[in-house]
Write a new protein. Structure first.
Length: 143
């Protein structure tokens, strides 16, 4: 009898936690831009089995890079060039895939945008991870 109640409590707690976790993952939104890069079935499977990847990619789409003016003296520097058809609607993961863009863990990576005086700047990998961690702490504060 002494073992029955604690064991029952643990099993019920585990069951409730598992249901909440599954519900959270099921309602995790997949950004539409991810479908241009990854197979729908793969993304749906990740949503339930590895939801952190979906969260990370969703955040990455808008927070791993920024646009900056490229001063004329810098435009002549040997920055790699990237073609972006629509600066108002950038799918950074698709751009990376199609144009084989590279990022660096320790420093920002700069690409001159073809036909403009602007640059696409990737945050250093470690800086992006810090931004993601800060976002997740705000999103899921300890209770």
């Amino acid at each position: 009898m002494k073992i029955f109640f604690p064991l029952t409590f643990v099993l019920i707690s585990f069951s409730i936690f598992a249901q909440n976790t599954t519900e959270t993952h099921t309602h995790l939104t997949i950004d539409e831009r991810l479908y241009a890069v990854f197979d729908r079935g793969y993304l749906e499977k990740l949503r339930t089995t590895q939801p952190f990847f979906i969260q990370r990619w969703n955040f990455y789409l808008d927070h791993s890079w920024y646009l900056s003016d490229l001063p004329p003296e810098k435009a002549k520097a040997a920055y790699p060039v990237v073609h972006i058809a629509n600066l108002e609607n950038i799918n950074i993961l698709l751009l990376e895939k199609e144009q084989n863009l590279r990022k660096d863990w320790n420093k920002r990576e700069v690409y001159a945008i073809e036909g403009t005086n602007q640059a696409l700047v990737f945050y250093a990998g470690k800086d992006f991870n810090q931004r993601l961690n800060n976002y997740l702490v705000r999103q899921y504060p300890k209770q």
